[in-house]
Design a protein. Structure first.
Length: 458
């Protein structure tokens, strides 16, 4: 029997094993579609690694990884401005601590449920591993909708949220940060409430204000990091952002700073969106206007056109992908870019996709990009800059010092470059050169699996 035949047999066995474990995950987590997709996206990359390293199968690593170490669900009662009692549901999944304390953001959005939190927490394990920093994977949030709430309502809600969550987190246990609907204001209120209960443990949250323990560049990190990652992909083909037309979905934290960095590198950003619709500006989106409208005044993206008459507003955010562009950066939310949109982007000549959001492209859309030879920067690699700078914030808090913007930005660039290199190397080592999704999944998986094995059956 030739080596190749043995390898093929091993690969087929590994594929069957992966499918069996995946089927069990689906049976055990029925109705959790987002979580099932996240597991599938990772598992589909792993057969070659398992075939080459059968001890991962013997050690039941996949079965152990797909089950969170802990899932906390809790009631969040609070009183609104009309003196009415409201009740929301809070979540924290502490998915995997093999590499360090649980680390991952909190999301406040009406769509939040156990499935979404588990999908995000599962992804976070491998993303955090790719950063090379000692952080495990976690995620949390609530079905609370911050939209239209007063500052006082936000404060009362977040204080109630922390009054339960505080007992489960800590600088060496679990360190939350922001995500959709959770920015500097919310982190500030949560940190304040935690401090009242537990004392001043600065390292318990990241994304804090720079005046009280936050890191410079944390606000910009995810968007900048995504652009740095795409820059690496383009660079490998002798290309760059210079003179490129770019479409960026969303107009929140990740989107704004992805637009800013891409523009700085010479690109023209022609469109961005919010959950109601998108704007198209042939002169290039004025990022300062977007930032003021969305970050400061918390208004709708449709209001941009009143200040920029050549720009147009189009209801329905999905159609943003119909705009012809060289580079697309989905930076809004999960499943925002489907197979049909992927085909349109490819037909319009898109060269590169960089996922700033978590799992914004459906599995079918990713297949379209891969089969068309479009450069594809997968979320867990391309958007890891946020958590990487969060881990740098933890280091600064422990050392009680603050690095400058330039110092943190330089570290971010190095980390994004390392993530890119690891993804390329792993994709090549396992016979899938150019498939950075497989590369990132494999590189992240191996780090976590090896640490789990070293720590015994825990
Ligand atoms: P924000 O809440 O700051 O912004 C989210 C943006 O996306 C808003 O503009 C929102 O519009 C828009 N949006 C929501 N749903 C849709 C939709 N269906 N179509 C178009 N736009 C939509 O969140 P972030 O920028 O922090 O997060 C964005 C994504 O990036 C998420 O997937 C998050 O998990 C991921 N991410 C964030 C990190 C971070 O550091 N913040 C780190 C890594 C990943 P509206 O104003 O209408 O709600």
């Amino acid at each position: 029997m030739s080596t190749n035949t043995v390898e093929n047999k091993d690969l087929e066995n590994a594929k069957r094993y992966v499918q069996t474990v995946y089927d069990a995950v689906v049976a055990r987590n029925p109705h959790e579609r987002e979580f099932q997709d996240a597991v599938k996206e990772i598992f589909d990359s792993l057969a070659p690694v398992l075939a080459a390293n059968p001890h991962y199968i013997e050690q039941r690593i996949l079965e152990r990884m797909a089950e969170p170490e802990r899932m906390i669900t809790f009631r969040v009662p609070w009183v609104d401005d009309r003196n009415q009692i409201q009740v929301n549901r809070g979540f924290r999944v502490q998915f995997n601590s093999a590499l360090g304390p649980y680390k991952g953001g909190l999301r406040f959005h009406p769509s939040v449920n156990a499935s979404i939190i588990k999908f995000l927490g599962f992804e976070q394990i491998f993303k955090n591993a790719l950063t090379g920093q000692p952080i495990g994977g976690g995620k949390g949030g609530s079905d609370f909708d911050p939209k239209g709430k007063s500052d006082l309502e936000i404060m009362r809600f977040t204080q109630s949220f922390i009054t339960e969550l505080y007992r489960h987190i800590g600088p060496d246990i679990d360190v939350p940060a922001g995500d959709i609907g959770v920015g500097g204001r919310e982190i500030g209120y949560m940190f304040g409430q935690y401090k009242r209960i537990r004392g001043n443990e600065a390292g318990v949250f990241t994304g804090k204000g720079v005046g009280y323990g936050g890191s410079l560049t944390r606000t910009e990190a995810t968007g900048y990091g995504c652009v740095y990652f795409v820059q690496e992909m383009l660079g490998a083909r002798g290309d760059s952002f210079m003179d490129k037309t770019v479409v960026v979905s969303g107009s929140g934290n990740v989107s704004i700073y992805a637009m800013q960095k891409a523009a700085e590198l010479g690109a023209t950003i022609v469109a961005c969106s919010d959950s109601d619709g998108y704007i198209y500006d042939p002169d290039g989106i004025n990022i300062n206007t977007v930032r003021r409208l969305k970050e400061v005044e918390r208004r709708r993206i449709s209001e941009y056109v009143a200040e920029h008459p050549r720009a147009t507003y189009h209801p329905g955010s999905q159609n943003i992908w119909n705009i012809k562009c060289d580079i697309a950066l989905p930076c809004a939310t999960q499943n925002e870019l489907d197979e049909k949109s992927a085909h349109i982007l490819v037909e319009n000549g898109v060269k590169a996709i960089g996922e700033g959001a978590n799992m914004p492209s459906t599995l079918q859309a990713i297949d379209v990009f891969h089969s068309s030879g479009v450069l594809f920067g997968p979320a867990k690699a391309a958007n890891a800059g946020g958590v990487a700078v969060s881990a740098l914030e933890m280091s600064q808090n422990s050392m009680r010092l603050s690095w400058t913007f330039e110092e943190v930005d330089a570290k971010l660039k190095t980390i994004m470059n390392n993530i890119y290199r690891q993804s390329v190397d792993a994709s090549e080592a396992y016979g899938h050169a150019g498939n950075l999704l497989m590369g990132a999944n494999i590189a992240g998986f191996k780090k976590v699996a090896n640490a789990m094995i070293a720590q015994g059956v825990v």
